[in-house]
Design a binder for this molecule. Structure first.
Ligand code: EPU
Length: 431
């Protein structure tokens, strides 16, 4: 995930201006999942034929991934519907340089595929981040256990291997991109790899489904044990990326926090269970269909909720800031405990400036809901923290100016348009 300054310098100065107090009503179409699209774009490096991808979200992080592939000499064609064709057979460079990795940590995802298919990869170390230290030791140790020679040199991970070999890997922590990197590396390894304590996130499952459609032999997707039988080659495929459960969750919170009625469409309700349970606890009536979820909060003030983040299927860390916004204006006391990242609380200080009654104790935010937040200029240098400030702005009295929104553009497609369509008073301005 990106941590330092955004790549598109002009957009850094964009801000969102929100006039709070509007009740949101209507339907929002949810885009493809950022955190599935990024590993799947990296996985195209494994194929010896073109790969066609649909439902890729229009996001800064996707643009950065395409730029990274382009710099490697990979041919990427994007049409106006964001269907993408990637032909990695033209690759000439095996490096992910610092200037791209620093804007998007997920660039680390090219490490496993490049090494597995080409025997070499030089990837800049991502370093620290606005939400925590975020080491990549598990990615590196896993590749070493598969026979790679990996050195850390001048801020770069330099990995070499003739052919990776299957291994039994027990991951010391559940890591999403770590699991993804190692699964991708194992697809072309000699023999069988078993990954224990693997991440079970839907985005990991989506990557595995895509890899299997390219000819990989992976079983156990969605469980904590993955078995990968290495194959000689992966071929092209046509694959549609799954919907973004975090984008969906964010719009549902927008509906609940404004006392509205919001339906998200093109989603997989089963991936939203932990989030929906908390929205019900907050007092929302939640209805679901095959590919939609609706929250009805008309005439009600939300009740504060308490939650703890943990790997899927538990409550996602990528939704805790949004629930802090909800708790800020809810009835009663709530506690939100972050267990994945050590410092994911940038929104807390900013919401306090809007009048939120928050106390931060270690990795827990204790909130006492207030009747009304007040608009203020705010900013955050983390994607989900920025999104939570937009939510707070939707219910604040007066004008909220959310600055540095290139972070939001990394993970939310046209947020001001989608919110505007359901009744928010929000617009993008140059700061
Ligand atoms: N960790 C290690 N060593 C490693 C890798 C991870 O100690 O080698 C630790 C991390 O420090 C952290 C924990 O493991 O404490 C889990 O981190 P994880 O590796 O799962 O995070 P990630 O793969 O870097 C992905 C998402 C994040 C999301 C986390 C947790 C992508 C591209 N990013 O990051 O998404 O928060 O999983 O679910 O999939 C976002 O979209 O806003 C975002 C930050």
């Amino acid at each position: 995930m990106g941590c330092v300054a955004g790549s598109a310098a002009g957009l850094i100065l964009d801000a969102l201006l929100i006039n709070g107090g509007k009740r949101l009503e209507g339907e929002v179409r949810i885009s493809g999942a950022k955190n599935a699209a990024l590993p799947i774009l990296a996985a195209t490096l494994l194929a010896d034929e073109p790969v066609r991808l649909a439902n890729i979200p229009r996001l800064n992080d996707v643009t950065t991934s395409i730029e990274l592939l382009g710099r490697m000499g990979v041919r990427v064609t994007v049409d106006e519907t964001m269907s993408i064709e990637v032909d990695s057979t033209t690759i000439t460079e095996f490096e992910a340089p610092y200037d791209l990795v620093k804007t998007m940590r997920a660039s680390i995802l090219v490490l496993g595929p490049m090494l597995a298919r080409h025997g070499k990869a030089d990837v800049s170390l991502p370093g620290g981040c606005a939400i925590g230290s975020r080491p990549v030791n598990i990615h590196v140790e896993g590749l070493r256990a598969m026979g790679a020679d990996v050195e850390i040199d001048n801020g770069y991970i330099r990995a070499r291997a003739t052919r990776l070999r299957g291994a039994r890997l027990v991951l010391e922590t559940v890591t999403v991109t770590g699991t993804e990197n190692l699964v991708m590396a194992a697809t072309l390894a000699d023999g069988q790899t078993v990954i224990e304590n693997a991440a079970r996130e839907p985005e990991v499952v989506d990557l595995i489904d895509c890899l299997n459609s390219m000819g990989a032999r992976i079983t156990g997707a969605g469980t904590d044990t993955l078995v990968i039988d290495g194959v000689e080659r992966l071929h092209g495929t046509d694959y549609r990326v799954l919907p973004d459960r975090i984008e969906a969750g964010t719009y549902l919170v927008a509906g609940v926090i404004t006392g509205g009625l919001v339906r998200v469409r093109d989603v997989r309700p089963e991936h939203l269970e932990a989030i929906l349970a908390k929205l019900r606890e907050a007092g929302a009536t939640v209805n679901t269909g095959d590919d939609w979820v609706e929250v009805d909060m008309r005439g009600k003030v939300p009740k504060a909720v308490s939650l703890r983040t943990a790997p899927y299927p538990a409550f996602p860390t990528d939704m805790q800031a949004q629930f802090s916004a909800l708790n800020a204006v809810a009835d009663g006391t709530g506690t939100i405990t972050e267990t994945i990242f050590e410092n994911r609380f940038m929104h807390v200080l900013e919401m306090q400036r809007m009048g939120a009654d928050f106390r931060l104790e270690g990795n827990t935010v204790i909130s006492q809901g207030v009747k009304q937040l007040t608009g203020a200029p705010v900013m955050a240098t983390d994607l989900r923290a920025s999104a939570s400030l937009v939510l707070a702005g939707l219910v604040a009295d007066g004008e909220t100016r959310v600055q540095r929104i290139y972070h939001i553009d990394r993970g939310y497609e046209r947020i001001e348009e989608k919110l505007g369509l359901i009744g928010a008073d929000i617009r993008r301005v140059s700061d």
